[in-house]
Design a protein around this ligand. Structure first.
Ligand code: GTP
Ligand code: MG
Length: 466
């Protein structure tokens, strides 16, 4: 049974799937296949989950049978028979509507033809066909074409086009890179207009990749905030640098932030040169110009002009939101994709649990002195709405790495932890738009920044980085 989970393209997909069955001499009643139409974000997340590829693709097929042979007989697959309908479970196909639409335009044929092709391609995968060698690819393509022509699906057959024309819309991914404290997270928050990433004057504040989404009617830019580039001194630092490196996968450009107060360092020059020679499109933003003289800005810009191969250089103030538009305009020139990856209401890829942990960490970073805050992690133990729906209960552990740090975090009579909780609650209530009850505890986990199992449990897992 070929099950198709879309009303809109049911006829096209079912004709294509049956065309493949006919070509292979298989009765559609003997097989159990599920065909789904999904949007770009859904196929991207399936691709990431199942294949560890964080990219939108046109079609995904998940094959159930390890080995298919012909002539196809149900009796050869008794373990894979679906007891509900007596057919052999072949697998699932997911087709991305936006990508199919784009490809139809690109190849100058109809959407119907493109969907049929993608469906045939997916079906052949479920039957064990592959394209990992030139020879196999040709065999697969030939079969696909034969199946398509057997159902009269030629390139000139018309099909109702989607009403929305998207060619004026552009989108892309931009990694914000730079040394610790340059102002990457501040810039992300200013661009997005929401507090997405935590900020502090202490270096190495950001530990994860955090996406912030900027929308305009004709464009969507997904910015990726990253941990500041430094030489790692422990496993957490190592995780942070791997995180930063992984943020440059599949991006359209890098915005490299230079801290205007500190000036252009030799490490900055080295990092920028490496990105340029690796083929990235690099825009350098000189940040914190609100805090330095015009002469100093000019001197830094002159130094940067020596670097070859940059797309643009933009002086700005992330904190004061000065000169951010010219940066956006430079980025827009580099956008080539036409997919809206996130809906307009989303402004980050992170959930409230993650944001809650980060806000608590931010307050600890800002309130605690010396080395204590660097060894802090936050584990959210509970995040739950009360039945009434208007109060969220959050309880979290502040994890520190030395017994001696515990009394410092607690403060005299619990004054410090109360302060952290009050400031964090105020921010979280504003972000969540609802009342919050926040309870914090302090736990000691000796040298956890070297302990990968503790790191994993609080969200620093190297395996999550593709
Ligand atoms: N004066 C001034 N300060 C800024 C500006 N942008 C950021 N800052 C300050 O610089 C400090 C570091 O900012 P962050 O945004 O946390 O820097 P970051 O690059 O994300 O740092 P890491 O996450 O540690 O890599 C904070 O105290 C910010 O308030 C700016 O435009 N002007
Ligand atoms: Mg940061």
């Amino acid at each position: 049974m070929i099950e198709i989970f879309t009303e809109k393209y049911r006829d096209v997909l079912s004709a294509a799937a049956e065309g493949v069955c006919k070509k292979l001499g298989v009765s559609p009643d003997d097989i159990d296949v599920e065909i789904n139409m999904v949007d770009a974000e859904e196929i991207r997340s399936l691709n990431k989950e199942q294949r560890n590829i964080d990219k939108v693709t046109d079609v995904l097929s998940f094959q159930n049978l390890a080995d298919v042979h012909f002539p196809f007989s149900k009796d050869d697959y008794t373990d894979d028979i679906n007891p509900e309908n007596g057919s052999v479970f072949l697998g699932e196909i997911f087709i991305c509507e936006e990508r199919a639409d784009e490809q139809a335009e690109e190849y100058d044929h109809t959407l119907e033809r493109e969907l049929s092709f993608l469906c045939c391609h997916g079906m052949l995968h479920l039957f064990g066909y592959d394209h990992d060698t030139e020879e196999k690819e040709k065999a697969m393509n030939d079969l696909c074409e034969e199946a398509l022509s057997s159902i009269g699906q030629t390139r000139d057959k018309g099909y109702e086009k989607k009403e929305e024309k998207k060619s004026d819309f552009h989108s892309g991914f931009v990694a914000l890179m730079g040394r610790p404290n340059a102002g990457k997270s501040t810039l992300l928050n200013s661009i997005v207009g929401e507090k997405v990433s935590i900020v502090s004057w202490k270096p190495q504040t950001t530990r994860n990749k955090i996406k912030g989404i900027y929308n305009e009617p004709d464009c969507q830019i997904v910015f990726i905030d990253t941990p500041g580039l430094h030489k790692p001194r422990n496993s957490l630092g190592d995780y942070m640098m791997k995180t930063a490196a992984s943020a440059t996968e599949d991006i359209d450009c890098i915005v490299y932030l230079v801290d205007g107060e500190k000036g252009l360092s030799a490490e900055d020059v080295n990092n920028i040169n490496n990105y340029v020679s690796d083929g990235f499109k690099v825009i350098v933003a000189v940040n914190k110009v609100d805090h330095i003289t015009k002469e100093r800005v000019m001197a830094i810009l002159t130094q940067i002009n020596e670097i070859k191969g940059l797309v643009a250089v933009v002086p700005l103030s992330a904190l004061r939101k000065k000169n951010i538009e010219p940066l956006i305009e430079e980025i827009k020139k580099l956008l080539v994709d036409t997919i809206k990856y996130y809906d307009e209401d989303s402004y980050t890829d992170k959930n409230m649990r993650f944001i809650a942990a980060e806000i608590i960490r931010e307050k600890a970073l800002r309130l605690l002195d010396q080395e204590v805050p660097y060894g802090i992690g936050v584990d959210i133990r509970e995040y739950a709405y009360r039945e009434s729906g208007d109060i969220i209960d959050i309880s979290a552990d502040i994890i520190c790495e030395k017994q001696a740090h515990k009394p410092i975090i607690l403060g005299k009579g619990g004054s410090m932890i109360k302060k952290i909780a009050t400031y964090a609650r105020q921010d979280l209530e504003e972000i969540a738009g609802t009342k919050i009850f926040l309870t914090l505890f302090v736990r000691v986990k000796d040298d956890w920044r070297e302990d990968e199992s503790v790191m994993r449990s609080i969200g620093y897992n190297k395996k999550d980085l593709s």
